[in-house]
Ligand binder design. Structure first.
Ligand SMILES: Cc1cc2nc3c(=O)[nH]c(=O)nc-3n(C[C@H](O)[C@H](O)[C@H](O)COP(=O)(O)OP(=O)(O)OC[C@H]3O[C@@H](n4cnc5c(N)ncnc54)[C@H](O)[C@@H]3O)c2cc1C
Length: 377
């Protein structure tokens, strides 16, 4: 989780110097402070300035970008980097018109207020989606002292697997089949049986962008449709301590992870009456929840982004959706347009595995160099 490309140990060293165990897991809070300190140093050195504002428009005049902010102010820049991260999740059709008992953005202030309310008063919670966002929210509810029940639901009911120590088993890129999801899956199964699934999937880490690019758009779509849920839960694992909390709550019957579908939702007597169909039994069940949270994960359609800055750039034709429509079209140097770069999840159409810190830091370093080259020419 080091912030510095070429110095993968940096975060572990800082963590250790403050009494942490370098083989253990750090809390998010610690990581936030680590990044904050690095940013503060950059500001103190005079090479960066932080502005607290929402960018709502971007307009290019020859080689200058004019960025407009929500409060009416603006600034001019010679280069623009879009690093706006994940987009809010897709709306949930079954929940349309149910009002404020559905939390649409599980990462925002609404969600924090709902967690506090759930902890203070009784009531059950429905989490739609069973990935990392679900895990995060379960932890937040547990930490806030929530005593009610949680139902977490997704089509397959797949939840992130736990991390554990394992012996790495690196592979060369040429040993891994390219261009086909099926062949890759077969390889992963065989390799997993030999060295363990964690070592097998992690051995793909240095090659994942090349593997993704070796698939044509059809195979990439096939991967997203069929393989992605499995890939995500094995590749993006949770800390053993976090897995233990999830297991404890399941054991206490306060958390149930359900494979199924929401059939209908009706606001009733201050709560949501939700009808669910279980995948295996096909049984229909109606349950009441004080709140439902959309934990289906980041939006996978850039055209439907609500981010005003992205909207303004898309509408003006300054940026284009990538070939899958999940991010922005960027070239091999993460350039999205004229003196315009994009970073992180915005570039997942080109790179796919570009959502975790180790991947983003390398991309950020390469973009910084590219900008320096461009502006000094
Ligand atoms: C539940 C969950 C758990 C995760 N756990 C991990 C993990 O353990 N390890 C890991 O490596 N990754 C993890 N990730 C992924 C990781 O958090 C993101 O992919 C990463 O933060 C993306 O970094 P970023 O800098 O591109 O965007 P972000 O960190 O999302 O930052 C984007 C910033 O842009 C700002 N912004 C957006 N639009 C505008 C605008 N119009 N004007 C001004 N500002 C704007 C936002 O407010 C925000 O500050 C997790 C993701 C989720 C959802």
């Amino acid at each position: 989780m080091s912030a510095w490309a070429g110095e993968p140990d940096h975060f572990a060293k800082v963590f250790e110097s403050e009494g942490g165990d370098r083989r253990g897991f750090a809390q998010r809070r610690f990581f936030a402070r680590y990044l904050g300190d690095i940013l503060n140093d950059a500001v103190a050195s005079g090479c960066a300035e932080v502005i607290e504002a929402t960018a709502v428009s971007g307009r290019r005049e020859e080689l200058a970008w004019h960025i407009g902010f929500e409060d009416g102010s603006s600034l001019q820049a010679r280069a623009l980097v879009l690093a706006t991260g994940n987009q809010e999740p897709e709306g949930l059709r079954a929940f349309s018109g149910v009002g404020s008992r559905l939390i649409r953005n599980p990462w925002g202030s609404e969600a924090r207020a709902a967690v506090a309310e759930l902890a203070a008063y009784d009531g059950d919670a429905l989490l739609v989606g069973t990935g990392l966002t679900m895990v995060d929210l379960v932890l937040s509810l547990d930490a806030a002292g929530f005593r009610g029940n949680i139902v977490a639901l997704s089509r397959r009911g797949l939840a992130p697997r736990a991390h554990a120590d394992f012996e790495p088993a690196p592979v060369e890129e040429r040993e891994v089949p390219k261009g086909s999801v099926r062949a890759l899956w077969r390889w992963l199964r065989r390799r997993g049986a030999e060295v363990g699934w964690r070592a097998a999937i992690d051995s793909l880490r240095p090659h994942s962008q090349g593997l993704w690019q070796s698939m044509g758009p059809e195979e990439q779509r096939r991967f997203m449709r069929h393989a992605r849920p499995w890939w995500d839960v094995h590749r993006h694992r949770i800390a053993p301590q976090v897995a233990a909390t999830i297991a404890r709550l399941v054991g206490e019957r306060r958390l149930e992870i359900v494979a199924g579908r929401v059939i209908s939702v009706r606001p009733s007597a201050g709560e949501l009456e939700v009808q669910i169909r279980r995948r295996r039994s096909g049984n229909l069940e109606t349950m009441g929840f004080a709140y439902a949270f959309n934990c289906t994960g980041p939006l996978h359609s850039i055209e439907r982004s609500k981010d005003p800055l992205l909207r303004s750039l898309l509408d003006a034709g300054e940026v284009r959706p990538d070939h899958l429509g999940i991010g922005l079209d960027v070239d091999g140097e993460s350039r999205a347009g004229e003196r315009l770069w994009a970073l992180g999840p915005l570039t997942k159409g080109r790179y796919w595995e570009i959502i975790a810190v180790p991947d983003i830091r390398d991309q950020a370093a390469a973009v910084a160099e590219d900008i320096a080259r461009e502006l000094h020419e």
